[in-house]
Design a protein around this ligand. Structure first.
Ligand code: FES
Length: 133
């Protein structure tokens, strides 16, 4: 059974190929599809249609256990911030064996999805009503 490890959380999930109900977020059994199934937060502004770069991940181990990047993914990746030779789009890379990936810090935008910030509460931008006339 393939294992997928998400860094820096160091959370590893294991699944049997063909058993995850496809969640319509990226390619079936893509990194994003598996992350969503196991409640691991990975940004996906375009819903997994290869139209943004918010699901950008860095492959730490097991790149041979991922599907090959097609031209659409490679073209989109060219626009990704912090592109590396080990970069992939989480919605396009299908997991076929053990893989470890890192979610880059610039892609860890927990707040936009209503998640919990590890940096403390978000400051309020609205004025303090006690100062209003
Ligand atoms: S979620 Fe937009 S390209 Fe992957």
């Amino acid at each position: 059974m393939p294992k997928l490890t998400f860094l820096p959380e160091n959370k590893t999930v294991e699944f049997e190929s063909g058993t995850i109900p496809y969640g319509d977020h990226g390619k079936p059994e893509s990194i994003l599809d598996i992350a969503m199934h196991f409640n691991v937060h990975l940004e996906h502004a375009c819903g997994g249609s290869c139209a943004c770069t918010t699901c950008h991940v860095i492959v730490v181990e097991g790149d041979k256990n991922l599907s090959e990047a097609d031209d659409d993914e490679l073209d989109r990746l060219d626009m990704a911030a912090g592109l590396t030779l080990r970069s992939r789009l989480g919605c396009q890379a299908v997991v076929r064996g053990d893989v470890a990936i890192e979610i880059p810090s610039w892609n860890r935008n927990y707040i936009s999805e209503g998640g919990v910030s590890t940096l403390g509460p978000r400051p309020s931008l609205s004025p303090d009503p006690s100062h209003l006339p």
